[in-house]
Ligand binder design. Sequence first.
Ligand SMILES: [Cu+2]
Length: 72
Amino acid sequence: MTTVTYTVPAISCGHCTHTIETEVGELQGVQSVTADEATKKVVISFDDPANEESIKALLAEINYPAEGLIAL
Ligand SMILES: [Cu+2]
């Protein structure tokens, strides 16, 4: 399993974190998603077939683009 942390500047309230957790959580292969309103960080753990490209593409699609990779 791979865990990544992204900064998502568009997070502004609890609805944002809920949307991200729900949408990314539905992606096949994603094991867990934790979005934090205060730090605007999203921690995602995933296995195949999910990958960073598909996760970032989904975040962009739901209007919460990831700013960068913080840690592998
Ligand atoms: Cu919000």
